[in-house]
Design a protein around this ligand. Structure first.
Ligand SMILES: Cc1cc2nc3c(=O)[nH]c(=O)nc-3n(C[C@H](O)[C@H](O)[C@H](O)COP(=O)(O)OP(=O)(O)OC[C@H]3O[C@@H](n4cnc5c(N)ncnc54)[C@H](O)[C@@H]3O)c2cc1C
Length: 419
């Protein structure tokens, strides 16, 4: 009698390193694909950084289409073309709605959970992982990835080898280290042969040389800020900024900070030029000043700009324009007025450095995307190694784009790791 050949399919064993957004969605997708998944998280619980996103409200994603999302990921957005095709922002919304997290849209297309509570997002991911049988090992930092003949063999945890067929590296960046994102993944990836591009802070406040401590707490709306490197305009943003005890912050400064960090690291002279009155031409601004002078004829100039400028800014601007603050308005010369207009339209601040990477919202740089297959997130160097999230050299602006990148990469990595 002929013996029939029975083929038994053993579930693939997959280790996910890191329980952030990229790691958790990857674990879910891999488990849905039939793999036996173990997630190693070095902190006592998963999703610490996710819990503080969007000031605790979690800006999950953005209504932008994929082309717009790519534009908002200045750190290798194009690399995510396939990942976003597989998992767009609409897919993120559906994914979370299916997990019971209702979402809402706010200004700028930003999507948040209706509950305004990031912990709802973490709990939903956690519940799904548990339902799918993902084994979650908290307090378990992975200290090495083990490969033999350029093929994954396992990971080293607590001095012991955990054997597996595939590894998903999703350890995040190096910012906000108290959340667990301490840059371990960069070291792990380097040790296994990957190139890690220069790590720099992005979405980070900037320190200035000038003494502007008196401006601390002042927030400016509708200003235009140019970033200059060695006197050349690099970028420009319009919107809101904030003065702090060390320098400047706020939405448009964070957006410009990525390039500021890059040029500072290259030893360039970096400045910000703030146009406090971008809606007015120099002539219109001069006419406006003359109207105020006429209105406050008998006053010292320092008391005549109160309707034009926030009080804290007046002494700074007068100092920059070399105008004696107690000089009477009717004694101000045409040349002084010209200098006033120039400084109102171009208040220059010298950037000395960014705040440390620990204070950056994201990390620019990471595992080189040239060494990752964009269709699958699999390493081109080690078979069975997948890389997802901020550990890769991918980063974006505020607005939900960094989390969308993490969901999209995690989705692809988890799906293909289980194949
Ligand atoms: C204050 C703040 C607010 C933000 N708000 C938003 C927002 O509203 N919207 C948005 O899109 N983005 C936001 N971001 C950015 C976003 O949080 C990150 O881009 C995103 O969390 C990256 O996800 P990740 O899974 O790649 O990494 P992470 O979220 O950093 O997760 C990595 C995980 O890996 C674990 N880990 C690290 N090393 C090891 C190891 N050796 N072994 C085991 N586990 C390890 C860490 O403990 C961590 O849990 C914000 C960031 C910050 C700091």
């Amino acid at each position: 009698m002929k013996k029939s050949l029975r083929i038994t399919h053993c579930a693939l064993r997959i280790a996910v390193i890191g329980g952030g957004p990229a790691g958790m969605i990857a674990a879910i997708r891999a488990a849905e694909g039939g793999a036996q998944v173990t997630l190693f998280e070095k902190m006592p619980r998963v999703g610490r950084k996710l819990g503080i996103t969007g000031k605790g409200r979690c800006n999950l994603t953005n209504t932008a289409d994929n082309a717009e999302i790519i534009k908002n990921l200045p750190g290798n957005g194009k690399f995510l073309f396939s990942a976003l095709k597989n998992f767009s922002s609409a897919d993120t919304v559906n994914f979370f709605e299916n997990l019971g997290v209702k979402t809402k849209i706010e200004r700028g297309g930003r999507i948040f959970p209706v509950s305004d509570d990031a912990s709802e997002v973490i709990d939903a991911l956690l519940r799904k992982m548990i339902v799918l049988g993902v084994e979650i090992k908290n307090n378990s930092p992975v200290t090495d990835i083990i490969a033999e003949h350029k093929k994954i063999r396992g990971v080293l945890v607590g001095g012991k080898i955990f054997d597996c067929d595939a590894v998903i590296l999703a350890t995040g960046g190096a910012s906000y280290p108290a959340t667990g994102s301490t840059g371990d993944g960069f070291r792990l990836a380097k040790r296994i042969g990957h190139t890690v591009t220069e790590i720099l802070p992005a979405l980070v406040p900037l320190e200035v040389e000038e003494d502007i401590k008196s401006l601390q707490g002042l927030s400016l709306k509708n200003v235009r800020v140019k970033l200059l490197a060695d006197g050349k305009k690099i970028a420009e943003q319009f919107g809101e900024m904030l003065f702090t005890h060390f320098g400047v912050s706020g939405p448009i400064i964070l957006t410009l900070s990525r390039q500021a960090a890059k040029f500072l690291s290259e030893g360039k002279f970096v400045e910000l030029e703030i146009n406090l009155k971008p809606a007015l031409t120099p002539e219109q601004l001069d006419a406006r000043i003359l109207r105020d002078f006429d209105k406050f004829k008998r006053r010292a100039i320092k008391n005549s700009l109160v309707e034009l400028l926030p009080a804290k800014l007046i002494p700074i601007i007068l100092d920059r324009a070399f105008i004696e603050p107690n000089k009477k308005v009717d004694e101000i010369t045409q040349a002084e007025r010209r200098r006033l207009v120039e400084n109102l339209r171009g208040l220059l601040l010298t950037i000395t450095q960014t705040r440390p990477i620990a204070e950056a919202i994201v990390t620019a740089g990471g595992v080189s995307v040239k060494e990752i297959n964009p269709q699958t997130m699999q390493s081109k160097l080690v078979e069975g190694l997948f890389i997802a999230g901020e550990v890769a050299d991918v980063d974006g602006f505020t607005g939900g784009f960094n989390l969308q990148a993490a969901w999209a990469m995690g989705n692809t990595a988890g799906t293909f790791a289980a194949k």
